[in-house]
Every structure is written in C-alpha cells, then in structure tokens.
Design a protein around this ligand. Structure first.
Ligand code: NAD
Length: 267
C-alpha cells in the first residue's frame, strides 16, 4: 500500500473486529501509528496491533467503553502519552439491539444511542479539542485533523426492526455535518463512511448460510458482499491529504445498495 499516512497518529474505536480491525490495519499499512481501542476482546486487539507493527508502524492497545466520558478521556490521555497527539480519529465502535418497535425496551434504545451516537460525540469532541489547540503540522498533513465517522447506509435507508440503530446512524449524519461546518475554518475535516452489507460478526446471520447470502444479494446490484478491507482502503484514503478539500461528506460504500435495486428492471 502507498504510505499516504506516514507519521500520522490515528485512533480507531472498536478496532478489534470487523470493519474497525480492517481500518486499523489499513491505516497502519499506510504508515500511521495506530491506537487500537477495544471494548471486550483484548486478545484480538493485540493481534491487530501485531499486524500493524509487522507492517512497520507503531500500535497501542487501549480498552475503553466509548459511551463513558471518563473512559474516552483516559483513552485520549493514553494516546497522548504514547504518541504525543492525534491526527486521525475513526469513530467506528457500534452495535445493534434489534426488536420489533412496539417491543423495544428503553434499555435497548438507550444502549444503541449511547454507543453509536454519544460514543462518536465523546470521541470527536476530544479529537477536536486536540486538533484546535495544536493546529496544522505541515510535515504531517495539510489539515489540522481528520475525523471519519462510521455511519451506515441506514443513515438514509429506513430499517424496520432496527429503529434504534437507524436513528443512531441518522443522528451521526447530522452530527458529522454540523461538526464539519463548525470546524472547517480550523482546517479540520469531518466525514462519514456509509457501509452497506459488510461481512463482519455484527450481521453474520445475513450472510453465513447460502440462502441468507442469496437473499441479501437481491439488495446488492454489484452482487457480492462487502469485505472489511473495502472499508479499510476507503478510510485510509479519506483520512489522507489525497482527500483534502473533502469535508461534510457521506461516502457510500455499498455495491449499489442505495440505488433502489427494486427498480433495476424498470417496473
Ligand atoms: P463488529 O461487531 O465486528 O464491530 C463493532 C465493534 O465495536 C466491536 O469490536 C465491539 O467490541 C465494539 N464496541 C461495541 N460497543 C463498544 C463500546 N461501548 N465501546 C467501545 N467499543 C465498542 O461489527 P462491524 O460490522 O465491524 O461494525 C463496525 C461499525 O460499522 C459499526 O458502527 C456498525 O454500525 C458499522 N456498520 C457495519 C455494517 C456491516 O454490514 N457490517 C454496515 C454499516 C455500518
């Protein structure tokens, strides 16, 4: 891979599995030193860190619950102690707690909003604080800092049975755009990646049998499931100066899932 992130310091939340793991590795392979945050799987986080160090970058494993302010602040302090600063935040941690709407508990609603939306708020706020007080470091990047929010096609596609999740992703869209508007004068870029169906543990029942996979493909004009590396490559590029001047954007990475596949044959 091209070393488009040489010398940059990155933090990836939920970096021990799925998309976050692929993003952490892609940033490391692009030359960034990476903090791999995990919530529950420390061993897997260390494996991700080893892959990054064998690619020639540094890695630090930090456990933290992104929905807790004190955890997030401690994580940023640990990053600062080890790497000195932060250039790239990929706010990726997220989960689902599905239920028919009339059976959804307040706990299920609040859990998903706390991790998916409040967790991104807390991490983005700490990152912006550091970006603003430090400013641009020209040897490292043309911008003062970059935030990549992991959203979803469900920031726009409604999702029955997943009202809490879709609400969290719709919230991420307007949070991202509003932060982007506010911090652009400080040369801080804020964008979202919107994955479609990606092969990770979060949605294994949608792809781990042939029947489920074939049914999923009715929603994917490109006719293959997305791989975590599809998102990793996009994150590395979007965080790099190759994407300078892009801010406030939602980049859909979905094999055409947002193209109303039901209309593919005219109707
Ligand atoms: P995943 O379950 O493998 O990854 C989610 C990660 O977040 C896990 O490592 C988990 O431990 C971590 N996490 C959960 N709660 C946390 C907390 N409180 N603090 C810190 N970390 C926490 O699933 P994934 O598919 O890799 O999901 C990553 C992101 O991508 C999520 O935001 C998800 O909504 C988004 N996404 C996934 C898909 C997909 O098809 N897989 C599609 C669109 C968006």
């Amino acid at each position: 891979p091209l070393k488009i992130l040489t010398g940059q310091k990155a933090l990836v939340t939920g970096g021990s599995s799925g998309i976050g793991k692929a993003v952490a590795i892609a940033l490391g392979e692009a030359g960034a030193d990476v903090v791999v945050n995990y919530h529950s799987d420390e061993d897997e986080a260390h494996e991700v860190a080893e892959t990054i160090t064998s690619a020639g970058s540094q890695a630090l494993v930090v456990g933290a619950d992104v929905s807790k302010e004190e955890d997030v602040q401690r994580m940023f302090q640990q990053m600062k102690d080890k790497f000195g600063t932060i250039d790239i935040l990929v706010a990726n941690a997220g989960l689902q707690q599905d239920a028919p709407f009339d059976e959804m508990t307040l706990d299920q609603w609040q859990k998903v909003i706390s991790v998916n939306l409040t967790g991104q708020f807390l991490c983005a706020r700490e990152a912006v604080r550091e970006f603003k007080q430090r400013g641009v470091v020209e040897e490292v990047s043309c911008s003062a800092g970059k935030i990549v929010c992991m959203s979803s096609v469900h920031e726009t596609i409604p999702w029955a049975g997943h009202v809490n999740y879709a609400a969290s992703k719709g919230g991420i869209m307007q949070m991202m755009r509003s932060i982007a508007q506010e911090v652009a004068p400080f040369r801080i870029r804020v964008n979202s990646l919107c994955p479609g169906a990606i092969r990770t543990p979060i949605n294994s029942e949608a792809w781990n049998t042939k029947e489920a996979y074939n049914s999923l493909m009715k929603l994917v004009p490109y006719n293959r499931i997305g791989e975590p590396e599809d998102i990793g490559r996009a994150a590395a590029w979007l965080a790099s100066d190759q994407a300078d001047y892009i801010t406030g954007a939602s980049l859909v990475i979905d094999g055409g899932m947002c193209l109303y596949p039901g209309f593919a044959h005219g109707g």
